[in-house]
Design a protein around this ligand. Structure first.
Ligand code: SF4
Length: 218
């Protein structure tokens, strides 16, 4: 069982720990990269892995090294096991990709800022895509957002896990602020009505898309 020790996750060997630094929308600064490299060498961390959620996990850290590792990283803890907001997965969008029609990366960073501290009944993941190719896997994330020329499409209740579910489209052609307001409404409705550990996919199955739309006024 995982032990909560400053964001450290006990590994299957029962002795060493993993940590996940917070990397909003998968962005790393040169300072982050240098610090990670130095930490991995200094503390002889055997495995550094990119996760499916656009984050890095440093695996195989000794218990006594956890505090100094965080000090040297100088990065926030990325929550990886708790029932809460976990991450925003965002494709490059108009910032980098020639196919992008919306700024998925910028939106992803703003989503993380706005919703990171919100209490949730289960883990919550966002997927943001800058065009209809949907590289941000928006249809299989709790909150999916898809950029089209006319605006954002909001998708709710997707999951790519053991019981996969394609999310329901709640609204289309949204500008950024109305999109943010609608996300807030659907998250408040989910938070206040879901059972503990009930992911949005099962919640959407139980409530039905029409009920969810009615509850958030669309
Ligand atoms: S979803 Fe579109 S904008 Fe985003 S990376 Fe894929 S092709 Fe590029």
């Amino acid at each position: 069982m995982a032990e909560d020790l400053k964001g450290a996750i006990l590994q299957r060997d029962g002795e060493t720990y993993a940590v996940v630094p917070r990397t909003p929308a998968g962005i790393l600064s040169p300072e982050n990269l240098s610090a990670i490299t130095e930490v991995v060498k200094k503390y002889k961390i055997p495995v550094t892995k990119i996760t499916s959620g656009h984050r890095l996990v440093l695996v195989g850290i000794k218990k006594e090294d956890i505090d100094p590792v965080w000090q040297d990283l100088n990065m926030d803890i990325g929550r990886a096991t708790e029932l809460c907001f976990h991450y925003v997965q965002a494709c490059p969008g108009t910032a980098v990709c020639r196919f992008g029609v919306q700024d998925s990366l910028g939106l992803g960073m703003n989503l993380e800022k706005r919703f990171y501290d919100m209490e949730m009944p289960a883990k919550l993941k966002f997927g943001v895509s800058g065009c209809s190719f949907c590289c941000g896997e928006s249809y299989v994330r709790d909150i999916g957002i898809l950029g089209k020329k006319k605006g954002w499409t909001l998708i709710f209740g997707g999951n790519s896990g053991g019981r996969p579910r394609i999310g329901d489209v709640l609204a289309e052609d949204l500008e950024t602020e109305p999109l943010m307001d609608l996300i807030n409404k659907v998250l408040v409705f989910y938070r206040d009505n879901a059972k503990k550990k009930e992911r949005t996919a099962r919640f959407a199955d139980r409530m039905g898309v029409d009920e969810i739309k009615k509850a958030i006024g669309i």
